[in-house]
Structures are given as C-alpha cells and as structure tokens.
Design a protein around this ligand. Structure first.
Ligand SMILES: *[C@@H]1O[C@H](CO)[C@@H](O)[C@H](O)[C@H]1NC(C)=O
Ligand SMILES: *[C@@H]1O[C@H](CO)[C@@H](O)[C@H](O)[C@H]1NC(C)=O
Length: 411
C-alpha cells in the first residue's frame, strides 16, 4: 500500500517536473532591467550572471598586476576556452581562434583574401542582398580599391524552400563563367532572418573553385553548429549573441590551407610564428569576455544543455511569430518551419514609417523592444525568442501593436 507520505512525495515530484523550467522565472539569471521585454535579444546578446561574475573576477586579476597578466596569465585560460569551443563546434583547435566579433573576423578574411589571391580586374566576389551591411561594406570597399566586380545575388521573400537560395546562386555563378573567386554567405541571415542551406551552397561554390566565407554571426547557441560538416574555407560566429557570454567575442575558423594567408586586422608585437599565435596576443585588448565563455557554457549545461535551450527558443519563436502574424493577418517571411531558428520575421500590417512610430510608442509605454526591417517593399518585424520570454509576451506585443497602430491612423 502506498503511504500518504509517498503519495505526497509523488505529488511534489510530479509538480516540480511539470513546472515550466523556462520563461519569466529565468530573468533572475540575467542582468536586464526588471520591466524590459526584449524581443530583440539577438542583436547584442544577453549575458548570464555567472559569466558576468567570471568576467569581473578576471578583470580584478588583470588589474591586480597587468604586467604578469599580459605576459603570461590570460593565455592559459584563453587556450582552454579555445579547446572547449572547438569541441562544441566540431572543429580542430589549431584551426580556430577567438576574436572580438564577426566584423573583425570578416574584415581580416576579406582583406587577406584580396591580398593573397590578388583580387582585381576580371575577378568577382559574390554576396547576397540579405548579407549583413558590414559584409557588403568591406567587400564594396575592397572592390573599389582593387577593381574587382561585386556579384549580388537577389533573394526573394517569403521563402518556402532551400531552392529559393540554391537556384539564384547557381544561376549567378554560371553567368559569371569562372570569374567568381570568393563567395561570402550567411549560415543564418539576420535581416530578414532565415537558415540557409549552407552545406549545399558551400559545395556548389567549391565545385567551381570558389572560396567560401561563412558569416555565422547568429548561429552559435541558437542552432546546432558543425563546422567540419559544413566544410567552408572560413567560418565566423559570434559567441556573445546566443551563448550568454559577455560582449564581445567570436570564433574564427580557418581551413588549414589558408592559415599562412590570413592575417588579423591588427598585426601586433607577437607575430609571424603561426596562424594561432598571430591572433592570440593583440596588446592590451580586453580578453576577459573570452575567458568567461567557460562559465556561460557551464550555465547552459546547468539548464539542461543546448538541445533543451534550442528547442524552447525555437518553439517559442515559431509559435510566437505565427501568433503575431495571425493577429495581424499577415505572414511569417520564412514559411518552412525548419528554416527558422529562434529568430522569426513577420510581415508588418503597415508601412515602415508607421511601424517605427508604433515601435517607439510600444517601447515608451510597455518597455517592449523590437527591431523592424524592410526588403523589396516588404516591411517586417524580426522577433527573437529567449529562455526568459514566454508566449504571453508575443501575444501582448501583437495586441498592443494593433492598438497603437489604430491610434496613430486616427490622427
Ligand atoms: C568589432 O570589433 C572591432 C575590433 O575590435 C571593433 O572596432 C568594432 O567596433 C566591433 N564591432 C561591433 C559591431 O561590435
Ligand atoms: C486578411 O488578408 C487577406 C489578404 O491579405 C484579405 O483577403 C482578408 O480579407 C484579410 N482578413 C481580415 C480579417 O482582415
């Protein structure tokens, strides 16, 4: 017979297990303002408290004696962070370095490629219309200086399948007839957000001897990442956006065949030995955010690890975005669920100007922060899920947006 004590125990256990692990009760692990509803956490990332404490601890050690810190203390924990990240993304440690951010990585790669491949008249470098502005800027700048062509592949939204990327890329490359030397591709685009068939696109480029540079700024911690499987020549991913680590840090992975060609954007006093050393010491740069990656990754594991976090965030983003789209009678811009991560773009029920007015009012009145975008006449909001958000946040947002929009229209 089950004793009443056991019955009680069973009830308590069942209750604890049924309790949603994620949602608003997660806010205590972060430093955000109490009333902030951040539906744009992807933009700058959200650091967890254990990473914050770790970063501060390292700053204290650094300042207690900068001489020994820079001459030999930070290197060991930094290499440990490299080892751990390499495993996490399935890459070889000797091919991976940590840099400030994806911009630093892409600048280093594009400048190195322009010099190393001697890109000039007759050559072309490919990017998509949805590439991050930083990527376009560095390529356009180099094109102007060196005289190569820029080949822009136009992607049309809404997206319904991988072919929406594969076909335009194949068509563009074949038109250029062997002249494309480098392709800069997103693994996951930012504006509008979408997961690209990156392995397939990389193969298509490699078949034509095109070097592939992948911008994975949004990937790490949001969706699974296997760098070896993708097989690109260069891959960069920010770690501060989705990993809960301090701002800012990113990984740069370089296939061994390019090691001798790639130079950091800042060439420092420790230089010339090998690829990893060239990126290891960049003077009095702040290495503490990199070191705190350990605690960020421990924190993720304490929550149940990547699978649980990614599933919660994806499901929330997908459900939340569809709820918003239904409420507005519009549509999500990427209609195939598995081409979305935890970042889903929804068409606005108005033009960009009204949208901006609503966004401002919704922040002033409800401390809800959103990011809007536009592409080819389509206006959209890019909604971002995180473990400290709940479906209710999306529901309230959808209603409040409609209410404020109708107020604005009446004026
Ligand atoms: C990225 O890092 C570079 C180099 O430290 C810095 O100049 C730049 O402001 C950073 N950019 C972003 C977007 O954080
Ligand atoms: C929703 O949008 C469709 C097409 O955009 C339109 O035909 C329909 O009338 C709209 N429904 C409502 C309830 O506004």
């Amino acid at each position: 017979m089950v004793s009443s004590f056991h019955t009680l125990l069973i009830i308590v256990v069942a209750f604890t297990m049924a309790e949603p692990q994620f949602g608003h009760q997660m806010r205590k692990h972060f430093l955000m303002k109490e009333d902030l509803v951040n539906l744009n956490a992807a933009a700058f990332g959200t650091m967890c408290r254990p990473a914050y404490e770790s970063q501060r601890k390292y700053v204290d050690i650094m300042e207690s004696n900068p001489n020994i810190w820079f001459r030999g203390v930070y290197q060991e924990p930094l290499n440990r962070a490299r080892t751990r990240i390499s495993k996490y993304v399935n890459a070889k440690e000797d091919d991976l370095v940590i840099v400030e951010n994806a911009s630093a990585a892409i600048n280093a790669i594009m400048r190195s490629l322009a010099d190393g491949l001697n890109l000039g008249k007759g050559d072309a470098v490919l990017y998509m219309n949805i590439a991050y502005p930083m990527v376009k800027n560095i390529i356009n700048y180099l094109a102007k200086v060196r005289g190569f062509d820029v080949l822009i592949v136009d992607i049309k939204f809404p997206i319904t399948s991988d072919d929406d990327f594969i076909v335009p890329v194949q068509t563009a490359i074949s038109k250029y007839n062997g002249r494309v030397r480098v392709a800069a591709l997103d693994h996951m685009s930012s504006y509008p957000s979408c997961i690209l068939p990156i392995k397939k696109l990389t193969q298509i480029c490699h078949d034509q001897d095109i070097a592939v540079v992948v911008d994975g700024a949004q990937v790490m911690g949001q969706i699974p990442l296997d760098i070896t499987d993708i097989g690109a020549d260069f891959y960069t991913a920010n770690t501060h956006k989705w990993m809960y680590s301090p701002k800012s840090s990113a990984l740069l992975h370089v296939d061994p065949k390019w090691h001798s060609m790639v130079q950091p954007i800042v060439i420092s006093s420790e230089y010339g030995e090998d690829f990893v050393t060239n990126f290891l010491y960049v003077g009095t740069r702040d290495y503490c955010p990199y070191l705190a990656l350990h605690e960020a990754m421990d924190f993720r594991e304490s929550l149940g690890g990547d699978q649980v976090i990614m599933k919660y965030n994806h499901d929330l983003a997908w459900k939340g975005a569809n709820l918003v789209a239904n409420s507005w009678n519009t549509t999500v811009l990427v209609q195939k669920e598995d081409m979305n991560g935890a970042l889903v773009s929804v068409q606005l029920p108005c033009d960009l100007e009204s949208g901006m007015d609503v966004a401002k009012a919704i922040f002033d009145r409800h401390q809800t922060y959103i990011q809007l975008g536009h592409l080819d006449g389509l206006t959209y909001v890019r909604l971002c899920a995180q473990i400290f958000l709940e479906l209710n946040d999306f529901e309230l947002f959808a209603q409040r947006f409609k209410t404020i929009l109708s107020e604005i229209k009446q004026h």
